[in-house]
Ligand binder design. Sequence first.
Ligand SMILES: Nc1ncnc2c1ncn2[C@@H]1O[C@H](COP(=O)(O)OP(=O)(O)OP(=O)(O)O)[C@@H](O)[C@H]1O
Ligand SMILES: [Mg+2]
Length: 269
Amino acid sequence: MEALLEIDNIEVVYNKAVQVLRGLSLRVPHGAIVALLGSNGAGKSTTLKSVSGLLALENGEVTAGEIRFKGRSLKGVAPEKLVRGGLFHVMEGRRVFEDLTVEENLVAATYALSGRKNSLHDSYELVYDYFPRLRDRRKQLAGYLSGGEQQMLALGRALIAQPELIMLDEPSLGLAPQLVEEIFTIIARINREQGTAILLVEQNAAVSLAIASYGYIMENGKIVIDGPADRLATNEDVQEFYLGVGGKEGEVRSYRDIKHYKRRKRWLS
Ligand SMILES: Nc1ncnc2c1ncn2[C@@H]1O[C@H](COP(=O)(O)OP(=O)(O)OP(=O)(O)O)[C@@H](O)[C@H]1O
Ligand SMILES: [Mg+2]
């Protein structure tokens, strides 16, 4: 069956010189949460930018392969058209307008949606229902929110568009573990209740695989392992390199150690 998002064998080059994606393929079925995992520089953000059309702003180009959303090629489609078409990209680093209040950030998010019929009042309420902290702080400048609250606001701005697919770039970045749990629980709820498909880019494999149904692990611009999330979570290599399980008994391994080790031992090569 046709998936909601289909990436087929794409290659991406920056500045007409540096090849970053090398034949990458992945699929996001309708209504699914799919995790795209990998370490720093693997090409995760580049993959999302290829889909949302933001690559062009960075002098990047898809030089081969095809990307289809709802069966249609995205080649040459302007980023703002995609939002109206049901695809929303939440970029790395929670981009919110720091000089605007929470509420004004949500209002600004509606400007890209001219012509949509859904009631705006209802969509603000929807955001506040999922993120009660944002309701409490709705008159506060976004710049003064905590990192976690800014991430919630970035997600809230996506919700306003009521997209069919949200692509999330590292929502856990820089957040305390408890807050990561809270946000991921809400992401899972949004998926379940709104039927929104999620392509979740993360370095935090454990929390991502816990809410995803399927996962891909990429390295060096291509997928090296993929499978159902529960199978990936119990895969020995994934455990060792991404979940910090294994190693000498009693040894506590930080993600940094794992990454360092991983540089020596590459996937499947
Ligand atoms: N605008 C750009 N111009 C040139 N090279 C770039 C550009 N953006 C990214 N790259 C390079 O492409 C590679 C992949 O970067 P990308 O940001 O996609 O990785 P990532 O998997 O998202 O990493 P991270 O986990 O650190 O966010 C890196 O080697 C990076 O240096
Ligand atoms: Mg990135």
